[in-house]
Design a binder for this molecule. Structure first.
Ligand code: RTP
Ligand code: MG
Length: 139
């Protein structure tokens, strides 16, 4: 096992539902430590830049509109195999397909409003962490 860091975002739907604490508990129960965090209302440019990899996809406009619809809670999670562990506890992108007991199964509304984001690989984790956090915010 290797100690890793991953970027997590609690999306506007879950912030609006007042379940930040319940989702943080899922991270902690899985052995993921919150090592940096900030609440932010993303601008259009910030959301477009974050999801630039999807800019040619048909859902890009809706994704950016949703991600800018209210504040998000952004955190860096650290732990053994943090990237895949976080993806496991998040559940599938579409909450209808998410395994029982996962964050998306329990808190997500739809494939668009799906409660959480998590980095999907070491390379994207490094880029996404640096997108939102400066080196002095990361111990
Ligand atoms: P995320 O990046 O937010 O953690 O989600 P993910 O890896 O599970 O899914 P990804 O393929 O990266 O897609 C990013 C977000 O775009 C929306 N999406 N809609 N309508 C569609 O077919 C579709 N596919 C993706 C989802 O909200 C997804 O979280
Ligand atoms: Mg993704």
């Amino acid at each position: 096992m290797s100690k890793e860091r991953t970027l997590s975002i609690i999306k506007p739907d879950a912030v609006a539902k007042n379940v930040i604490g319940q989702i943080y508990q899922r991270f902690e129960d899985a052995g993921l430590k919150i090592v940096a965090a900030k609440m932010k209302h993303l601008s259009q440019a910030e959301a477009e830049g974050f999801y630039a990899v999807h800019k040619e996809r048909p859902f890009f406009g809706e994704l950016v509109a949703f991600m800018t619809s209210g504040p998000v809670m952004i955190q860096v999670l650290e732990g053994d195999n943090a990237i895949s562990k976080n993806r496991d506890i998040m559940g599938a992108t579409n909450p209808k397909e998410a395994a029982a007991g996962t964050i998306r199964a329990d808190f997500a509304e739809s494939i668009d409003a799906n409660a959480v984001h998590g980095s999907d690989a070491p390379e994207t984790a490094a880029v996404e962490i640096a997108y939102f956090f400066s080196s002095i915010e990361l111990n």
